[in-house]
Design a protein around this ligand. Structure first.
Ligand SMILES: C[S@@+](CC[C@H](N)C(=O)[O-])C[C@H]1O[C@@H](n2cnc3c(N)ncnc32)[C@H](O)[C@@H]1O
Length: 204
């Protein structure tokens, strides 16, 4: 995707109640599946304005927020002082550019459908995570294409659960589970959201 496909919506992003409700549900689902601890340094891939990481910040020591959108990163930057953990913002396209460090896990909300090559992003996440670390990826179940009405770089009309599980497995993750995390209610329909969790094996 090109540099800032979210520029037109970043300023009002957090004002859409169904979006905030959806990320609240995703955060609840992630907290049920992942045992966060105060020593952890984790990545939020496609962190946007920080709707997800705000929920997790009280539970970890540091979050590296990765997002290609300058305008979304600016919204997150404005929240830095209120966050109860250290925050680093990496303004990169994570498919094309890696980041330094080894992390206890990666979480992601509503971002994978913006990435053309799903295998490539799972491969990237695998390289970033410590052995034994987690992934927690939430995104849309397969939908009919009506979820997005604006061009924000959408490559997938959601994902079929068994298919995305298979890609995560091929990338090397184990203990993969997919559960239901949320439903986004829009005038055009109801859109279920899954949460995929998994681990990088200790002997990777
Ligand atoms: C729909 S928003 C979700 C934001 C946030 N996670 C949430 O749930 O509110 C998707 C975000 O992913 C970012 N993004 C998409 N592809 C990316 C990539 N390849 N590397 C880094 N960020 C990316 C976009 O810039 C955007 O901020």
């Amino acid at each position: 995707m090109s540099a800032d496909l979210f520029a037109h919506k970043a300023g009002s992003y957090d004002q859409v109640k169904r979006r905030v409700d959806n990320v609240n549900n995703i955060a609840t689902a992630i907290k049920e599946k992942v045992n966060f601890n105060p020593q952890m340094h984790i990545v939020d891939f496609g962190s946007g304005t920080g709707l997800l990481l705000e929920h997790i910040a009280p539970l970890v020591s540091k979050i590296t927020a990765v997002d290609i959108s300058e305008s979304m990163n600016a919204q997150l930057e404005a929240k830095r002082e209120q966050l109860p953990c250290e925050l680093e913002i990496e303004p990169v396209n994570l498919v094309e550019t890696g980041i330094d460090g080894e992390f206890d896990g990666v979480m992601s909300s509503m971002t994978f459908h913006h990435v053309e090559n799903t295998r490539a992003i799972f491969d990237r996440l695998f390289t970033l995570i410590k052995p034994g670390g987690f992934i927690a990826i939430a995104d849309l179940d397969t939908e009919d294409g009506s979820f997005h009405i604006e061009e924000t770089g959408v490559y997938h009309t959601g994902f079929e659960r068994e298919a995305i599980k298979g890609i995560a497995r091929i990338a090397g993750f184990t203990d993969i589970e997919v559960s239901s995390a949320s439903v986004v209610h829009k005038p055009t329909g109801d859109y279920p959201v899954f949460l995929l969790t998994g681990r990088k094996p200790l002997q990777a």
